[in-house]
Ligand binder design. Structure first.
Ligand SMILES: *Cc1c(COP(=O)(O)O)cnc(C)c1O
Length: 403
């Protein structure tokens, strides 16, 4: 009774926090023969991407593009401002903050981690204390993850900037928006962010393969004072190329650029504010369903306070072995893939099977989220996992604008 693969045919749905669902328009734009990389349309098209990328980041400053995933963008940003022996402060609300800190350590920097656990936002007072205690200004940067995809905590970047200003600490504010850009509201210039990193495969709806580093004049000045910057990661020629090949320090990622062009057209046709509002509404529908399920069983949202929840990814606790059982069931029976828990328990630990995540970033709409939630409801039922009744109805109320 619990396994009935007769319903798995049809369009599969990858509801993990990246790579996200890609629009047909993006896929179609990429399905073409290679363009001339020395002259013509590709060159003009690439120039045109820059202002439209900046509009997504809400910045008037610079952007460098890398052929890389998010880890590459992390390293690219750090390689421009950190020399061996430099120190950084890293407030952590999940696994990705630790990952970025490790990247800094790999470049010979010292990373001071302020760990706030796996389900809580930053304690800004503690960050303020750490900055105040750094009277010699050893911290060259604060590495801040906007949405930590492992925990789904969304931290308050503007409030962190205010703390840094209040203390008068000159460190750069560097923000990882890999999971949040194109989903959650983010304002690079208005929030005083010096460096922002992101990647193509989440809110930007393009396959993995492009990393982006946005930087302002303060960050450029720090870069200019570096004793040495690796030629490949150097953001200066990429942001202000004299020759086309300098955009990418070599062959352009031709097909990704066509995909990105189509994705940016979609984002700006919808409008940034509408993109944020859509993600917020869909996230609220998911939370409403999860709260109802949790009233009659073990399922729990990882982040208690809605003010600190991502609108792009939702981390859930359901107790082992239910997380893995549920993911397996919906994939086998419904063609629906949910995200694994990340960083919540070590992979060999039986507790690892008690977590899962929902990706709802980028090209997702109301019927997809209702399908996702209906699929989970079917899985909970088939697996006899206790859960409250009426979750999909609660989500429908939010989608309908009635709650
Ligand atoms: C996905 C993600 C990364 C890592 O990106 P990769 O493309 O997997 O290297 C880093 N930070 C955050 C917040 C992410 O969501």
């Amino acid at each position: 009774m619990s396994d009935d693969p007769t319903l798995s045919q049809g369009r599969s749905y990858l509801a993990i926090p990246g790579p996200s669902v890609m629009p047909e328009a993006v896929l179609r734009a990429m399905h073409r023969s290679a363009p001339n990389i020395y002259a013509g349309e590709l060159i003009e098209m690439t120039h045109g991407l820059i202002p439209d990328l900046k509009r997504v980041a809400r910045t008037d400053h610079d952007v460098a593009i890398y052929i890389s995933n998010g880890h590459g963008a992390w390293e690219a940003a750090l390689a421009n401002v950190l020399a061996p022996g430099d120190a950084v402060l890293v407030p952590a609300s999940g696994r990705f903050a630790h990952g970025w800190a490790e990247m800094a350590q790999g470049l010979g920097a010292e990373a001071e981690i302020l760990d706030f656990g796996k389900s809580a936002p930053w304690d800004l007072d503690r960050i303020g204390e750490a900055l105040r205690a750094d009277t010699g200004h050893r911290y060259k940067a604060v590495l801040a993850v906007h949405v930590d995809t492992s925990s789904s905590v969304r931290n308050d970047i503007a409030a962190l900037r205010a703390v840094m200003d209040e203390v008068g600490h000159p460190a750069l504010l560097m923000v990882d928006c890999i999971a949040s850009l194109g989903c959650d509201r983010f304002e690079m210039d208005a929030w005083g962010v010096d460096v922002m990193v992101t990647a193509s495969q989440k809110g930007l709806m393009v396959p993995p393969g492009l990393g982006f580093v946005f930087f302002n004049d303060r960050a450029a000045a720090v870069r200019a004072a570096m004793p040495r910057v690796s030629r490949h990661w150097d953001w200066a020629p990429r942001a202000n190329p004299e020759e086309y090949y300098q955009y990418f320090n070599g062959t352009a990622p031709t097909h990704h650029l066509y995909g990105l062009r189509a994705a940016l057209d979609m984002i700006h046709a919808e409008g940034m504010v509408h993109v944020w509002v859509r993600h917020e509404r869909l996230a609220r529908a998911i939370w409403a369903a999860c709260e109802v399920w949790g009233q009659g069983g073990p399922l729990e949202l990882n982040v208690a306070d809605p003010a600190f929840r991502s609108h792009a990814v939702t981390a859930l606790r359901i107790g082992a072995p239910h997380g893995t059982a549920l993911r397996d069931w919906v994939e086998r029976n419904l063609g629906l893939t949910l995200g694994i828990g990340l960083g919540m328990a070590p992979p060999g630990d039986p507790a690892w099977h008690g977590f899962f995540r929902l990706g709802h970033m980028g090209h997702v709409n109301g019927h997809m989220i209702l399908g996702l939630l209906g699929g989970i409801e079917a899985g909970l039922t088939a697996l006899d996992i206790p859960h409250g009744r009426g979750a999909v109805d609660a989500a429908a109320q939010v989608i309908a604008g009635a709650a």
